[in-house]
Design a protein around this ligand. Structure first.
Ligand SMILES: [Cu+2]
Length: 435
């Protein structure tokens, strides 16, 4: 009797205990949900409208030592739906490509947009049209041209960028574009090689939806066929118990055979129908375009530059570069600009004919030279330049000193007495100075 009583008692106690534990658990869950909600609301309250889109997120050495953009220019920044706009620019592929970034042997030049607000109609690299990815040569200079057409009205911040395989996106300078007009007016008609005019906005849409849904339904049905039964643990136990033959029924086998034969037959049948209906078709291109860099660097052998020392002074937010410059041209030259990671440090003492209407971050009056007199033809001189501006911090380039790869890269622009420009790419390890 006592054992039964004890047993009953234990059971009762356990039940009480369990319901108590349950109540406490529920309370705990409610409490945590409440706190999560508070945290979420507090977080939401600190949100600002997002004005950037990740340009500053990439490590400074990737932004400074991979694709070095310059002269990026929009033909217009205010246009209407259906109007064409041209984006042109140049970039230098840094010689000192970071060791941790895969070499740019498959890179895709694109334009970042918030959704399909533009369509790209043409794209050129060094004057050659190209559709695919391209292999870039470190040390090479390239010029590009992209023709776009307005699609959705609005005001957008648009950047050219390079997608580097296995490395990510290197953003070029951005610009605000105002697209006016009416979305309904947008047309995107092209003529096929058969002379037929097709509307690219709707062409083949029904077909695409049908085939996607068809395969999705078939795949889901096959998945559900198996998922509706007891899954892993039950099946594992049956397998352990030597009942593996019962895991797959004869009906399963029949259906599997029907799919195995049916799907390839279906694909082949519809493929044949398509080929008969469209005998002249060009497959989607997936090759790698080979486009050589511009034949000779504009400044090859004319202005030689060597970086002797680079020092980043944290309190002053200033990069001090000691440069050894040899002017082999026949005119005096002056250093007018230092550009890195999307920032342009301008020496206001030099008048610069500008080829840039993107609002790449420009620090005017931020570049000073210890010896501003022009470098004479044949002269070799070591000068100390200081690029000092809060932009090092606000553009998050000063994170360089915390990188495992604390090397800087950038472009130095020289101008001779007749306004001719010489571009040099520099690179150096950076020594941080904290006081
Ligand atoms: Cu932007």
């Amino acid at each position: 009797m006592t054992t039964i009583n004890n047993h009953k008692l234990t059971k009762m106690l356990t039940q009480i205990n369990q319901s108590f534990v349950k109540e406490i658990q529920q309370q705990e869950i409610l409490k945590s949900l409440f706190f999560l909600a508070i945290i979420f609301l507090a977080y939401m309250a600190t949100f600002q409208p997002v004005m950037a889109h990740g340009e500053k997120n990439l490590e400074p050495y990737v932004r400074m030592r991979t694709i070095q953009w310059y002269d990026v220019q929009w033909s217009t920044q205010k246009f209407n739906v259906n109007d064409e706009v041209t984006l042109t620019g140049k970039f230098h592929v840094a010689e000192d490509w970071p060791i941790s970034v895969p070499k740019p042997d498959a890179s895709f030049l694109n334009v970042s947009t918030p959704g399909p607000v533009l369509i790209r109609t043409e794209r050129y690299l060094n004057g050659k049209p190209f559709m695919n990815s391209v292999a870039l040569q470190p040390g090479g200079d390239y010029d590009f041209k992209i023709v776009l057409k307005g699609r959705l009205p609005g005001r957008y911040h648009i950047h050219p960028f390079f997608n580097l395989r296995d490395a990510g996106q290197v953003m070029g300078p951005g610009a605000w574009l105002d697209i006016g007009g009416d979305e309904a007016d947008f047309t995107n008609n092209i003529q096929t090689i058969n002379g037929e005019i097709v509307d690219m906005e709707t062409y083949g849409l029904g077909n695409g939806i049908f085939w996607h849904s068809f395969w999705a339904l078939l795949a889901t049905a096959w998945l559900l066929w198996w998922v509706r039964r007891p899954l892993f643990i039950a099946r594992y136990r049956m397998l352990k118990a030597g009942m593996e033959d019962e895991l797959i029924t004869p009906l399963d086998k029949h259906i599997a055979k029907a799919i195995l034969v049916g799907v390839p037959v279906l694909v082949f049948a519809f493929y044949t129908m398509t080929v008969n209906q469209y005998p002249k078709a060009i497959p989607l291109q997936a090759s790698l375009d080979q486009i050589l860099p511009l034949s000779a660097k504009v400044n090859a052998g004319v202005v030689d530059i060597e970086t002797l020392r680079a020092e980043y002074r944290v309190p002053e937010r200033a990069m001090k570069l000691s440069l050894n410059i040899k002017n082999s041209s026949d005119k005096p030259i002056q250093l007018g600009e230092f550009a890195t990671g999307g920032i342009r440090f301008i020496n206001k003492a030099v008048s610069i004919p500008d080829h840039n209407n993107t609002e790449s971050v420009i620090a005017t009056e931020s570049l000073s030279l210890d010896n501003p007199t022009p470098i004479q033809p044949g002269e070799q001189r070591t000068i100390l330049i200081t690029a000092g501006d809060g932009l090092w911090e606000s553009e998050k380039l000063d994170g360089l000193i915390n990188d495992a790869d604390s090397r800087i890269g950038g472009l130095v622009f020289f101008y001779d007495s007749e306004g001719e420009r010489y571009v040099s790419s520099i690179t150096s390890a950076v020594i941080p100075k904290f006081n």
